[in-house]
Design a binder for this molecule. Structure first.
Ligand SMILES: C[S@@+](CC[C@H](N)C(=O)[O-])C[C@H]1O[C@@H](n2cnc3c(N)ncnc32)[C@H](O)[C@@H]1O
Length: 297
């Protein structure tokens, strides 16, 4: 089960007003949305967005059971379309936006879409569970994209030291037959990196898998589009809380928010991280970082 990360800190960070309008950009199964819905009350509005429709359906079931719930709208969409989603609803501005980036524990462990190197699954890695033909998949990148592009993805999105060696080995292996599953990819990575890299505490495939997932879902492009939309969609004194899970993601968020410092003020100098109790209860929260901004003009 996915445990919501930095729940109290992000709900406090949003400074939720009864009757306000809030957006959960990454609803998943509703971990944060439920608390927002309770805090905003029946006169408020909650907009729930996620690319994973299966998760969104479960969130809807849970949210519908809340007593005195706000008006809730669900959008199976990318949060990069936030401005047009609001336009659709004829909402000009909102009081708060939450984005808890990355993927949930269920997506990682149970989706069957190849997010984890621990399970042998088809190489998809799409957040969107629908089998749309126009979706880029990890299979397509691994089997069709050029060696240089694959190396750039591995280095650019995850600082993979052995990006060139891994990319080269992928190209060699796919000449024999298409690379179809996560474990085939893990074997290729194992054969490309030095022995000492295979015996570190962090699994040697971690960075390759993170980078591919980011490329498949254009995660950086989506985050940048969301940050670009914030000054326009937030009300004055409205807040945005963004939770990241690795250094590349946090760097993009920090730089993106800093670039908007004329309109968006950082509430905390340093990112907020989970306390000891949360780390004990939910070890997966260990790399989470929360950044909060407020619209000041
Ligand atoms: C870490 S989970 C959110 C968990 C949720 N806050 C909770 O505690 O229950 C991240 C979610 O964001 C979704 N997601 C990732 N990128 C997205 C995007 N660009 N647009 C919409 N949803 C996205 C994933 O499908 C996943 O459901």
């Amino acid at each position: 089960m996915h445990l919501p990360v930095l729940l109290k800190e992000s709900i406090d960070g949003l400074q939720i007003k009864k009757g306000g309008i809030y957006v959960d950009c990454t609803t998943n199964r509703g971990g944060h949305s439920i608390e927002i819905a309770k805090a905003v009350g029946e006169k408020g509005t909650l907009i729930c967005i996620d690319l994973d429709n299966e998760a969104l359906v479960e969130a809807r079931e849970k949210l519908e059971k809340i007593k005195n719930k706000p008006e809730i709208h669900f959008f199976h969409s990318n949060f990069r379309h936030l401005a047009s989603i609001l336009e659709n609803l004829k909402i000009e501005n909102v009081d708060g936006v939450l984005a808890d980036l990355g993927l949930s524990s269920e997506e990682l462990d149970e989706s069957g879409r190849g997010f984890s190197f621990r399970f042998d699954e088809p190489l998809k890695m799409t957040f969107d569970a629908s089998e749309r033909e126009d979706q880029t998949t990890a299979y397509e990148i691994i089997n069709n994209w050029s060696e240089d592009t694959i190396a750039d993805i591995l280095y650019g999105f995850a600082d993979e030291t052995y990006s060139h060696r891994i990319a080269h080995r992928i190209i060699e292996r796919r000449k024999e037959k298409p690379i179809a599953t996560t474990h085939e990819l893990v074997d290729i990575i194992a054969s490309a990196v030095p022995a000492m890299y295979r015996h570190r505490k962090t699994h040697f495939a971690t960075k390759t898998f993170q980078a591919l997932r980011m490329a498949v879902n254009d995660e950086i492009g989506s985050i940048n589009d969301l940050i670009d939309a914030l000054p326009k969609v937030l009300n004055l004194n409205g807040r945005a809380c963004i939770i990241t899970f690795h250094s590349t993601e946090d760097r993009i968020v920090k730089q993106g928010l800093r670039a908007k410092s004329e309109t968006l003020k950082m509430i905390n100098k340093k990112a907020i991280v989970p306390g000891e109790e949360e780390l004990k209860e939910n070890p997966r929260s260990r790399s989470a970082q929360l950044r909060i901004v407020e619209k000041i003009c």
